[in-house]
Unconditional design. Structure first.
Ligand code: 3PG
Length: 396
């Protein structure tokens, strides 16, 4: 039976053709939204999305779904808790669109300094205002705080250093070859920054991070750029900081972003002259989208051919493992079954298991990570099978 892939977001055609050439059944419908997915994804094996939300209903109503791929970096649009319950893999494509997002962040920085969008709006309205727009500061020697120095933050750092900026990062160790200083506390970082650029994922720790307190640390007239996730900024606190400190900001993300690609948009930040907003286009360059699509195809190929999930994000970081049992055995049918029977009788949960074969296929080694200890009695029973070569059991 053919593997069925649903691509529920805009995706470069040439990569869809590549999937089809791999003898997969590909359904491509970029117009699908969150509420369409429960029925659209019901009978597919693999679901590929960009920002379209994959909610619990989509996951719970699916019959075959085994892998959800986020064709991008952030996975906050996927209900991972629901995927965990159903044993559905979630993977992403980290780093593939980092340069595109960094380029936008730098573009927004220059835009804020030179007020490029206002220049353009005035010109379009037949208004000449060289006097006003000649008041830019310039970026050379300015202090930039990069909050979140992951794949995207690092690309921003490189570009800012090339601009001759003084760059500080939050929560980082020194990045080789880049003049970045390690500054771990926001109350020390923010007061020295002329410009702050946010590059954080949406997590419970980052939600509302830029609140009243954070804005209180910022310099008067500082510039703030957010090309990561809307949830990180408390928009009411931002509006207050704009009023009190003349903070100016450029955002690629904001609360209430429309689900579709075109249509009406409403935001409490819309009419504020200190706010520039772009249309969540950070990752939207052809270069980035091709790189993301190529990585998506690679993840699908690896999964179909070997069962291995590249960039598997919902794999447990830690398991409840306390003991390890290593069984060397003859590679014959039923040998491991006798071991598993003993473990079952002892009511011990196997958290992880791997069986590898020695060259030639005569012997194999099975490593199990267990929750509780295997008793001496049980070990004796396992060893009593003449097909077992050796048994080692250790506490971890
Ligand atoms: C990402 O997480 O990769 C970006 O936010 C891109 O989102 P998009 O693919 O919906 O443009």
């Amino acid at each position: 039976m053919k593997v069925k892939v649903l691509i529920a977001d805009k995706f470069p055609e040439q990569y869809i053709d590549e999937l089809k050439s791999m003898k997969m059944e590909v359904i491509y419908d970029a117009a699908l939204g969150e509420n369409d997915l429960p029925s659209a994804a019901k009978d597919v094996d693999i679901l590929v999305v960009r920002s379209t939300k994959v909610n619990a209903e989509t996951i719970n109503q699916s019959n075959l779904l085994n892998l959800i791929i986020r064709a991008g970096a952030g996975v906050n649009n996927i209900n991972i808790a629901a995927a965990n319950q159903r044993g559905i893999y979630v993977a992403n494509c980290p780093g593939m669109n980092s340069v595109a997002v960094a380029e936008l962040a730098i573009g927004l920085m220059v835009s804020l300094d030179r007020r490029i969008p206002d220049n353009v709006i005035d010109f379009r309205n037949g208004k000449w205002n060289k006097g006003e727009y000649s008041k830019a500061e310039g970026l050379l020697g300015k202090t930039l705080g990069v909050v979140g120095v992951g794949n995207i933050g690092k690309e921003v750092v490189k570009r800012a250093v090339a601009f001759g900026m003084n760059v500080y990062g939050k929560d980082i160790s020194r990045i080789e070859g880049v003049a970045i200083k390690d500054f771990s506390e926001m109350n020390k970082l923010l007061p020295i920054c002329d410009i702050i650029s946010i590059h954080l994922p949406a997590t419970s720790e980052t939600k509302g991070l830029f609140n009243k307190e954070m804005f209180s640390y910022m310099k008067k007239g500082a510039l703030l750029i957010n090309t990561s996730r809307a949830d990180i900024i408390d928009e009411d606190a931002l509006l207050e900081a704009i009023k009190e400190k003349n903070i100016r900001c450029a955002l690629d993300v904001f609360k209430g972003e429309p689900e579709g690609k075109t249509g009406e948009v409403k935001s409490k930040l819309q009419d504020n002259p200190n706010v520039y907003i772009t249309h969540h286009i950070g990752a939207s360059t052809n270069q980035a989208q091709n790189a993301v699509a190529a990585e998506t195809i690679r993840i699908i190929k690896d999964y179909v051919s070997s069962g291995i999930i590249a960039h598997w994000v919902n794999r447990a970081k830690t398991t409840d493992v306390h003991y390890q049992l290593v069984i060397k055995h003859f590679d014959k049918p039923g040998v491991l079954a006798t071991v598993l029977e003993v473990i079952k009788e002892g009511n011990i949960n196997i958290e992880e298991i791997e069986n590898t074969i020695f060259e030639g296929g005569a012997a194999a080694c099975c490593t199990m990570k267990l929750k509780s200890e295997v008793s001496t009695e049980m070990l004796k029973k396992i060893k009593s099978n003449p097909e077992i070569l050796s048994v080692s059991h250790v506490a971890l």
